[in-house]
Design a protein around this ligand. Structure first.
Ligand code: SER
Length: 310
């Protein structure tokens, strides 16, 4: 059984990845690492600290005999624009710490990249795997450089690091924080609360999205794939569904009344710099990726789960 460390454990992805990993590998084989205090809803060994604290990370890896890391700590796109220096430090120094520890302790690493690694000069429809990467947010820059760094550590040190470019992730358990695609999640919350929603991107804004269950399954599939199947060591394109903000509102309206006003802010420019749809045929061919949630199925589950939660 692997001994797994999840960094950024109590964020949007980690909160759902941890129970999935515990179910697969045993509750005691997963260790959570986060700056935040462990929420009561989690039953997992937890270490609290900062991702830039190399000494602390080293101590944790030795103490728990860690051999696999899901490195999820990240400041997202919109929040990143408020403090580019901090974003660089957390996103880049954090990743470099994990990769250096991977060399020293022979760790297998998962690290998520994002559609934010692309920029306005990237083809926006069915964005190819190998294409222009000229991101215009600091978050996107850390993803672009992070991809290159993962590839470099694989080539130079043989680190088994695996990555995928996530689209916007939609989930009910833990809300995202500081991302540009967060409006898609917020729309569900407001609908279930019975409130109106003011959307910070234009109704015609189309972005690639994915339901969290698909994202968790993708991470575990990628990490389980035999090493010879992993042909891409920068980051795999990955996608499920693309829809406009208005199409999402219409879908939610089939279940619940929801009035949406569209008042684009600075995040519109970020959204406009990202692809509308992604060609993820390499992930599908190399390690068998397929998505299971389309817009209808995702909306039905989101509403059902949020009604229970709220
Ligand atoms: N969902 C992220 C964001 O909006 C993109 O990876 O920042």
């Amino acid at each position: 059984m692997p001994k797994i460390l999840v960094t950024g454990a109590f964020g949007q992805i980690g909160s759902e990845l941890i129970p999935a990993l515990q179910a697969k590998h045993g509750a005691n084989n997963v260790v959570a690492f986060d700056m935040a205090v462990k929420p009561n809803s989690f039953d997992v060994a937890t270490e609290q600290g900062s991702i830039v604290d190399l000494g602390k990370l080293k101590e944790i890896i030795v103490k728990h005999n860690i051999d696999t890391v899901y490195h999820l700590v990240s400041i997202l796109s919109a929040k990143g624009e408020r403090d580019p220096n901090l974003t660089w430090q957390v996103n880049m120094d954090g990743l470099r710490n994990i990769l250096n520890l991977a060399v020293e302790y022979k760790l297998k690493v998962f690290w998520p990249s994002s559609i934010a690694a692309f920029g306005p000069t990237t083809p926006r429809d069915l964005t190819p795997q190998h294409t222009v990467l000229e991101p215009t947010t600091i978050y996107g820059i850390t993803k672009m450089v992070g991809e290159a760094l993962c590839h470099y550590y694989y080539l130079k040190f043989g680190v088994d690091v695996r990555s995928m470019r996530f689209p916007g992730l939609i989930s009910w358990k833990t809300e995202p924080g500081g991302g540009t695609t967060d409006y898609a999640v917020a729309m569900f919350y407001e609908a279930v609360k019975g409130s109106d929603y003011t959307c910070f991107v234009h109704k015609d804004t189309i972005l690639p999205m994915m339901y969290m269950d698909d994202a968790i399954r993708a991470m575990i599939m990628l990490m389980d794939a035999p090493v010879e199947k992993i042909a891409i060591r920068t980051s795999y394109n990955l996608t499920a569904i693309s829809f406009s903000a208005e199409e999402l509102a219409i879908e939610i309206n089939k279940h619940l009344p929801l009035a949406v006003k569209y008042e684009p802010d600075f995040r519109q420019r970020i959204a406009d710099s990202w692809p509308q749809s992604i060609d993820d045929s390499a992930a599908r061919a190399d390690w068998g990726w397929h998505h299971e949630f389309d817009l209808q199925k995702m909306a039905t589950v989101m509403i059902e789960k949020l009604k229970e939660k709220l």
